[in-house]
Design a protein around this ligand. Structure first.
Ligand SMILES: Cc1cc2nc3c(=O)[nH]c(=O)nc-3n(C[C@H](O)[C@H](O)[C@H](O)COP(=O)(O)OP(=O)(O)OC[C@H]3O[C@@H](n4cnc5c(N)ncnc54)[C@H](O)[C@@H]3O)c2cc1C
Length: 241
């Protein structure tokens, strides 16, 4: 069993040049509405234009876009929250077809390893009282999950059967695609102070990176505070222009 702490990451799968081009496309589409075509559309005019669209609440124009992101070393709990967003395309690591005991083509149940995500602000080695004289830490509990899962597999249970006993903290991977309007909605919901720490952390990091790549689209979403564990939360702020 391997503990994953502060190990979450993401990879933007849409090439940067493609993301920037989409900004120009949004301006071109939006100017059709207003019949306000200009000679040259460039990054500067596009940034100004999308900010205007967002300010006016004319966000349907942002739908002329697409962004794909891969999320790594996050829990099954995280992916379950992510898949609630219906206006997305989703591909997620399977607990049926991925065999935790597989190395290449070989299956070695003695080498089976579960990777489990823990809250970074808590001590997974601290024991808690089970109330029957025993004490156990979160790390030990995850180890028990792995032991039991392995025992089931050794007794003939298939991955798709033994998965009933995987913890919600088990590591997963997911790829999400959506248009910029939907990503704005996801960021608003999942980086707020009410969002779960795991999704809030990775979505906050992704938001910051995207703001540096495609100006204008996410500028009104900014860090507005930190919780008691020092984890940032975001919210809508007034745009400068
Ligand atoms: C802090 C927090 C706590 C939560 N707690 C719970 C909980 O306890 N239990 C629970 O079940 N869920 C919970 N959720 C999930 C939440 O209820 C939503 O399912 C999830 O955030 C997806 O949001 P959405 O439906 O707005 O967005 P999306 O599915 O991303 O859709 C985007 C927008 O498109 C529109 N839309 C999409 N589909 C339809 C449709 N069929 N009809 C009309 N309009 C549509 C809506 O305007 C929607 O806001 C929680 C979410 C957060 C952020």
């Amino acid at each position: 069993m391997k503990i994953l702490k502060n190990a979450s990451s993401f990879k933007i799968l849409t090439p940067v040049a493609e993301l920037k081009d989409q900004l120009l496309r949004i301006e071109r589409a939006g100017r059709t509405c207003y019949q306000s075509e200009i000679k040259e559309i460039n990054w500067e005019t596009a940034e100004k234009f999308v900010k205007m669209l967002i300010k006016r609440g004319h966000e349907s124009v942002l739908e002329h876009s697409y962004l794909t992101v891969q999320f790594n070393n996050l829990s099954r709990g995280f992916t379950h929250e992510q898949v609630r967003h219906r206006l997305t395309a989703i591909s997620q690591e399977s607990t049926r077809y991925v065999d935790y005991a597989k190395e290449g083509e070989d299956v070695d149940l003695d080498k089976l390893e579960l990777k489990c995500v823990v809250p970074p602000h808590l001590d997974e080695r601290k024991k808690v009282d089970l109330g029957d004289g025993r004490k156990m830490s979160a790390e030990e509990m995850f180890q028990e999950y792995e032991n039991f899962y392995r025992a089931l597999r050794k007794s003939g249970w298939l991955p798709e059967e033994a998965r009933q006993f995987l913890p919600i903290g088990v590591k997963s991977q997911i790829v999400i695609s959506a248009n910029f309007r939907e990503w704005r909605h996801i960021f608003e919901m999942r980086t707020s102070q009410f969002a779960h720490w795991e999704i809030r952390k990775v979505m906050g990091d992704l938001l910051e990176e995207l703001k540096g790549i495609i100006p204008g689209i996410f500028d009104d979403l900014a860090e507005i505070g930190k919780d008691q564990n020092g984890l940032r939360f975001f919210g809508k702020v007034k745009s400068q222009n």
